[in-house]
Design a protein around this ligand. Structure first.
Ligand SMILES: [Zn+2]
Length: 343
């Protein structure tokens, strides 16, 4: 049988097979046995479960094979998927992070294993990085928006760019890969219990068109954009298929709620603002409407200095309008949980 033929094939996992290691972990895949030669001290430091397993005499541990050695080093067999285990162990030895649209997909199995092995510091570090990718307040949201307002040719020169430094060859197709992707973030938040990222992820998804699907725009490997389709510089996509039915419904409810909120707000936003003159008040006849597909951006636009043909709003009234805009945008941000039924 194919499985039996492959069972004896041993594969030393690159980067996780240290000659000076003092314990070998093994995990089975159809392709053979993956071997990791590691240091007990490192495993102890990160995981209380590893600490327990490796401290037990081999004869009493359900996860060890009695008296088994690989090149004179004791072996512990684990039942985990080798790819997932590799991700977790790499987090022990090579902690690093780079913002990427794939992150929420990639860290999901790592977080599940970190929970199983009670690697609490690793879990906390990953959750902190994911939370840093998804704005927790309106100021962080605006900061991310400012980045997304850059064109790819500008982003190439960012020292904190997706390639760790300026990269003049970054193609426009990488643009979407540089920003966090909302549907997989929502899936991760549900599975790994990270509710703090939901409001921003839902808001980003609410302004993403259903036809702009992450996978549709890429090859099956998820890395190379389909060369037959033109990828616009500012296109943002989502992995729509990862959204559960319940969350899709929450998204629809949120869009409806925001649309109604925007209509009501546009009608009343400056009712209690005391403009200094009829001239300043009249500039509002020429103000744009709140379109509601991106109410935060619309409010920012609405509360910029306004003018009417032949008249400019005075400095004092501009200040009032600006402050009102700041206040209303902060309120909208705080209402996102309610709009999307996240509470
Ligand atoms: Zn005025």
């Amino acid at each position: 049988m194919a499985h039996d033929e492959n069972a004896h094939i041993c594969y030393k996992v690159p980067e996780l097979f240290f000659e000076d290691g003092n314990i070998v972990l093994s995990a089975e895949a159809n392709s053979g046995t993956h071997l990791y030669k590691l240091h007990k001290g490192v495993l102890f430091a990160h995981s209380s479960v590893f600490s327990d397993i490796l401290s037990l005499p081999s004869t009493t541990s359900a996860m060890t094979d009695v008296n088994e050695y690989y090149e004179s080093t004791p072996v512990v067999h684990l039942s985990d998927n080798p790819d997932d285990l590799t991700s977790l162990l790499k987090a022990f030895y090579y902690p690093s992070w780079r913002r990427n649209a794939q992150n929420c997909v990639q860290v999901l199995p790592t977080l599940i294993l970190a929970q199983k092995y009670m690697a609490d510091d690793i879990r906390s570090a990953i959750v902190s990085q994911i939370e840093a990718e998804w704005p927790q307040n309106i100021w962080q949201w605006d900061s991310l928006e400012n980045e997304s307002a850059l064109k790819p040719e500008e982003l190439r020169y960012f020292a904190i760019g997706p390639f760790g430094g300026p990269d003049e060859k970054m193609p426009a197709s990488e643009w979407d890969d540089y920003f966090p992707e909302p549907a997989s973030a929502i899936q991760l938040a549900r599975v790994a219990d990270i509710p703090s990222i939901l409001p921003a992820a839902f808001y980003q998804l609410s302004r993403t068109r259903p036809s702009d699907d992450f996978d549709e725009w890429r090859s099956p490997e998820g890395t190379q954009l389909d060369p037959m389709r033109e990828f616009k510089d500012d296109k943002r996509t989502a992995r729509w298929s990862r959204l559960s039915k319940d969350d899709l419904y929450r998204l629809m409810l949120g869009k409806e709620a925001m649309s109604e909120y925007a209509s009501a707000l546009r009608a009343t936003i400056f009712n209690d603002t005391k403009f200094c003159s009829v001239v300043c008040a009249d500039t509002w006849k020429y103000a744009p409407s709140l379109k509601s597909d991106d109410i935060l951006a619309d409010l920012q636009e609405l509360c910029k200095p306004r003018s009417s043909p032949g008249a400019l709003m005075c400095e004092r009234c501009r200040m009032k309008v600006n402050i009102r805009g700041v206040k209303e945008r902060a309120t909208v941000w705080n209402e996102l949980k309610t709009f999307f039924h996240l509470v």
